[in-house]
Design a protein around this ligand. Sequence first.
Ligand code: SF4
Length: 462
Amino acid sequence: MCGVFGVAAPGRDVARLTYFGLHALQHRGQESAGIAVSDGGRLTVLRDMGLVTQVFSERKLAGLHGQHAIGHTRYSTTGGVQWSNAQPLVHHGRARTLALGHNGNLTNTAQLREELHEEGTVLASTSDSEVVAALVASHPGRLEDAVAAAMERLEGAYSVVALSEGRLVAFRDPHGFRPLSVGRIDGGSVVASETCALDLVGAELDREVEPGELVVLEPDGARAERAVAPAPEGAFCIFEFFYLARPDSRVGGVEVHTARVRMGERLAAEAPAAADLVLSIPDSGTPAAIGFARASGIPFSEGMVKNRYVGRTFIQPEQGLREQGIRLKFNPLEEVARKRVVIVDDSIVRGNTTRQLVAMLRDAGAAEVHVRISSPPVVGPCFYGIDLAGEDELIAAGRSVDEVRAAIGADSLAYLSLEGLQEATRRPEDAVCRACLTGRYPTPPPEDRALGKLRYETAAPV
Ligand code: SF4
């Protein structure tokens, strides 16, 4: 996950714009947040553990001056939850100093860390992101050439913003796994993981950064350079469509909310349920529940009220907190008593949340609990920036739909078909990654994948 943001706007309060941009990207990562500013080429970085509002105060923002800024909200996929892995990170290389924010996950980190070590480069963090920074910082050519050379060596997923030599660059991997869009603001240009961040700061969307493209953000717009050739087939993460992206963001010209409503409508046609109420699982399940209710004619109800300030269970990386968080998060309304209810959610990963929700509804007196999921079963891990858990933790891996139904305690369970999901996104099949749903990965998985995201914490320092 992770959210990245950047703005080049001399004369504007770029730190404050970035602060607001990060608010719109908070859902993409809640472990740490940071902002780097460049003032005539001099870099200042403030980053810390916690939410954007916990890391920044009025006093801290007032101390960040410059013409360019980048920001980052982190959710870890390689490297532990610790300050040294917070971003934007700063790397001092032989050719330049660089501040960098990364969304995605590399698949050849081990090999690149080894190569950098042999070249005498010392890495201060255990994330894959510093590998990107170190490659760019050690190249003696122009910044654009250094980025292009680094991109030739990187494999996997990366949407990156970086500040160096008084300039702001953004680049995206040749598969385009993670989103990245550029826009214009009064007096400058802006780049962000999602278009909702452009909206929040009053920027006008220009376009998405193309797979394999590098853009230099300048006050009069984003200047594009083709850094590496795009992959023959795109691999935009389909999980962004049904779970991760904010509903008011646009991907490939499609509003995420609208796509999710279509998923719910299609789900109602594929897997109808005899019920009295359709309940959503807020927030990412709500648009699909609206679509399901609309298409089935069954009344929609809020049913489950969410305690909004507890945080997303999926993002909590620690199992104990996750289990506790579910109980803190939802409270059923009395109207579910004696009703046959359908709960519509976007996905089932480990199954803990769904099982507890079903039990909670039964405790509240629901007569029947039917579960409908607006995506196909998650059967494989993700190596490209979403921490879905290992294969052994995925409830649908190696289980039939009925076995999953029994495990979560529902009266019935159905998933949206892969075709139905694809159709709802309005994107062609060869433009998206669906690997965790199909087991067919667009790139070779990392060789050291079995070691998990903390593999460089335990390895000898490289
Ligand atoms: S494996 Fe799944 S979560 Fe990962 S990029 Fe592909 S579709 Fe997205």
